[in-house]
Structure formats: structure tokens, C-alpha cells
Design a protein around this ligand. Structure first.
Ligand code: HEM
Length: 408
């Protein structure tokens, strides 16, 4: 591999190639050196992986540990002023996204049954009902309306609250705190404060579910006597956070992308049978969960480079999903593309547990929105849409939209 490529100093994050494309620096690096050394802001050296094949291989290899990654942030290396760490801190109990086998396996296995394709098929009608009710409420509002607040966030929130048995009325508590937790520029102190508030709330909830179970996933989980309250709390935190922040941003940013591609939107509206493929393509194209961290537990060969034991490795799923070696014309949205094989749900042992749920929510959400709001359009210039460049899960902060008619 060429050694002449400049080593990035920190992670290139600026969306200078438009709201839907990887930063130009990332695209350049992927072409020149898809497994590249990089310097972290605190000065220590690590690696940045941007090529599709290398990312896929890395995620399938458990020698790249997930300890220290909580899927959305990596405390030791992302927080200015923190000392350089040679090893990630031990994971929070129950937070199995940041664990390796066999600890990871022990926890994930207890939840697999609740998220199977079959189980999700059974829930599909309920999810469609929730979505349709929210669309009905939206239709009664006077535009312009912020689609994030009125649709994209409530739908997945209502669904995950229902499934987990979290009272929807408590959403303020966890939405405010999880937003703070996911924000990049928030001080470590504030982040930990938000985490503490979430943990206190969830710990009380799982304790009450253990004492008086009902028909929901957290009650089922609490029925496993070998799980401690701390583990239950950590798992509840992961499910709640992963369950509402991700799909909400797909619905918000995905609607923006469809409004920016009116021909494809019209085609999708006319042919709803194209929805499943369109959802896969939106997942690939938008890659809202972009940056993930791994930690090399031994010297590992990847893409012709040797990643030294102890290195922190940063993965860009957005870069991998826009790799021209894997997808033709990758920076274009193409709902006819067979985009399965994208890495937006990750790959390997940590592959997204909620992916079938997310797919159902997105089909119901995009399908319903296109059907009921045929004249939907942005209420502000596209360039003024506030992008979540400051958050660990990408999307839009707000999407002001308007319409002239609704359909049944
Ligand atoms: C893991 C993306 C929706 C629950 C993951 C990972 C990705 C991802 C990339 C792998 C992380 C890693 O390897 O470190 C997404 C996207 C979603 C979505 C793009 C929406 C479109 C959901 C939903 C749930 C969920 C609705 C519901 C509970 C989880 C959990 C894990 C996970 C529990 C950890 C799995 C493990 O470590 O074994 N997700 N996710 N996700 N996701 Fe999702």
C-alpha cells in the first residue's frame, strides 16, 4: 500500500460533499488507502477503515473487540482533555453492544426470540396501526409542520415503548437525556449526568417489572434470574436508545432524500411494491449510524496493512456503503438498486438486533407518508435544513414540511 497518502489528523466529519455523501476527505482516503493510519485529537495513533471489503472483514472478526464501543461514542478517545488510554474501559453491565463473546453471546441470546422475523411479522399490524394513527394526527395539523417532531420521532418511540413496556408518557425524560448523551460537543460531565438520569429511571422500571411482570420484552428479560438489576438496566438502555433514535433519523433524513429526488419519490408512490428495495437503498445511501469503534486484541492483517495489537480502529459505514468497488454510482440514490449487502446494520456477531423491526417501521412510515401526503414538500430551502452533523447518529434536527392536500 502506498505510504504517500497524508495521515488524517482526527476524523474528517465535515459534510462538504452534500448532506447525503461522505466527507470528500473520506472519499479520497478510501480511494487511496482504505485501511489508513490516523491520528486522534489526543495525539495517539490508530486506524481508519473506509473500504467496503475491509469494513466487512473487520466486523466479522471478533479479534477486533467491541469493548469501549457503545455503538455511538468512544469515551477515551472522543472527549477532548481525556488522557490517552491504552485499553478501553470495561463495558457497562448489560450493554452488550460493547461486549465480546462469550459475555455478549450470553446476553444477546436472551433477546433473540423477541426480535425474530416471525415475531416481527406478528407485530407488523400493530406497527402499521401506530403509524397510521400518527399520520392521521399529522393530517389534522396546519402546515408548515416539523416532520421530525410530528411523525419521524413519535412512530419509533411509540413502537419501542410498547414493545419494551416503557410508559410513553415518560418519553420526555429519556428523549431529552438520550439526545444529550448522543451529542458530540456536550461536556463529559453533562453526558454522564444524562446517562445517570436515564439509568436511575430504567433501573426503577426494571426493578418494578421483576416484581410485577407484564406482557413485554423487559418483563421477559427481568424473568431471567441470572441477570442482575444492573445488567437489566444496561440492556434496557441499549434497546431504548437503539430503538428510537435510529429509525427516527432514517424516517426524517429519508423523507428529505426522497423530497430531493422527486422522480423516484413519484415512482415509489405509484408503485408501493418497490418499497422493500427502496428501504434497503435508503439504508445504504444514508448510513445514519456511520462511525463505530473497535480495538485490536492482537496484531491483525487487514487490507494489506498490519493493525498493531492495542490499536483503536475507527470504521466508517457510510464510506463502505458508498464504495464504488461494491456499488455502482454509489453517491446516487437509486431505488431500483439491489442494495442488500449494505453494512448499515453492521455485520458479524453485533449485527443489528432490531433490523427487522426497523424495516417494518420504515416500510409503514415511508409508505404511509407517500400515500397520505401526495403533495408533501419542504417548507424551507433544502440548504437551510438543519443537519445532525453534531450528533453521533446522523439525520435532520428538524424537517419543516408543507402540503396542499391529503389522501385517505
Ligand atoms: C446494533 C444500526 C435500528 C437494536 C446495531 C449495529 C448497527 C445498527 C450498525 C451494529 C453496531 C456494532 O457493530 O457495533 C441500526 C440502524 C437502525 C437500527 C441503521 C435503523 C434503521 C434498531 C432498532 C433496534 C436496534 C429499531 C431495536 C431495539 C440494536 C441492538 C444492537 C444493534 C440491541 C446491538 C446488537 C449486538 O451488539 O449484538 N444497530 N439499528 N437497532 N441494534 Fe440497531
Amino acid at each position: 500500500m502506498s505510504q504517500t497518502v497524508a495521515v488524517p489528523q482526527g476524523l474528517p466529519m465535515e459534510r462538504d460533499a452534500g448532506p447525503f455523501n461522505p466527507p470528500s476527505e473520506i472519499t479520497r482516503l478510501r480511494g487511496a488507502r482504505p485501511v489508513s493510519p490516523m491520528a486522534f485529537p489526543d495525539g495517539h495513533q490508530g486506524w481508519l477503515v473506509t473500504g467496503y471489503e475491509a469494513v466487512r472483514q473487520l466486523m466479522a472478526d471478533t479479534r477486533f473487540s467491541s469493548r469501549g464501543d457503545i455503538g455511538v461514542m468512544h469515551v477515551p478517545f472522543e472527549t477532548p482533555g481525556m488522557p490517552a488510554a491504552t485499553e478501553p474501559s470495561p463495558p457497562m453491565p448489560g450493554l452488550f453492544i460493547a461486549m465480546d463473546p462469550p459475555d455478549h453471546t450470553r446476553l444477546r441470546r436472551k433477546l433473540i426470540g423477541a426480535f425474530t422475523v416471525k415475531r416481527m411479522k406478528q407485530l407488523e399490524e400493530q406497527i402499521i396501526d401506530i403509524t397510521e394513527r400518527q399520520l392521521e394526527e399529522l393530517a389534522h395539523l396546519t402546515p408548515p409542520v416539523d416532520l421530525v417532531k410530528a411523525f419521524a420521532l413519535p412512530v419509533p418511540s411509540l413502537v419501542i415503548c410498547e414493545m419494551l413496556g416503557v410508559p410513553y408518557a415518560d418519553r420526555e425524560t429519556f428523549q431529552v437525556n438520550s439526545a444529550k448523551f448522543l451529542e458530540r460537543e456536550v461536556s463529559l460531565e453533562d453526558k454522564m449526568g444524562a446517562l445517570g438520569a436515564l439509568m436511575t429511571y430504567l433501573s426503577e422500571l426494571v426493578t418494578s417489572k421483576r416484581a410485577t411482570p407484564s406482557e413485554d420484552i423487559l418483563s421477559d428479560l427481568a424473568g431471567h434470574d441470572d441477570l442482575t438489576i444492573e445488567e437489566l438496566t444496561g440492556a434496557a438502555f441499549l434497546l431504548l436508545l437503539a430503538g428510537h433514535e435510529t429509525t427516527a433519523n432514517m424516517l426524517g433524513l429519508g423523507t428529505f432524500a426522497l423530497l430531493e429526488n422527486p422522480d423516484q419519490r413519484a415512482e415509489l408512490r405509484a408503485n408501493p411494491e418497490l418499497l422493500p428495495d427502496a428501504v434497503e437503498e435508503l439504508l445504504r445511501y444514508l448510513s445514519i449510524g456511520d462511525i463505530f469503534y473497535r480495538y485490536a486484541t492482537e496484531d491483525i492483517e487487514l487490507g494489506g496493512e498490519t493493525i498493531g495489537k492495542g490499536s483503536t480502529v475507527v470504521v466508517s459505514l457510510l464510506a463502505a456503503n458508498h464504495d464504488p468497488q461494491r456499488f455502482d454510482n454509489p453517491d446516487a440514490l437509486d431505488i431500483h438498486r439491489k442494495a442488500r449487502g449494505h453494512l448499515s446494520f453492521g455485520h458479524g456477531v453485533h449485527q443489528c438486533l432490531g433490523q427487522q423491526l426497523a424495516r417494518i417501521e420504515m416500510r409503514a412510515g415511508f409508505g404511509g407518508l407517500l400515500r397520505r401526503f401526495p403533495t408533501l414538500q419542504l417548507a424551507i430551502p433544502a440548504g437551510d435544513v438543519k443537519l445532525r452533523t453534531d450528533m453521533n447518529i446522523y439525520g435532520v434536527h428538524e424537517l419543516p414540511v408543507t402540503w396542499t392536500e391529503t389522501a385517505p
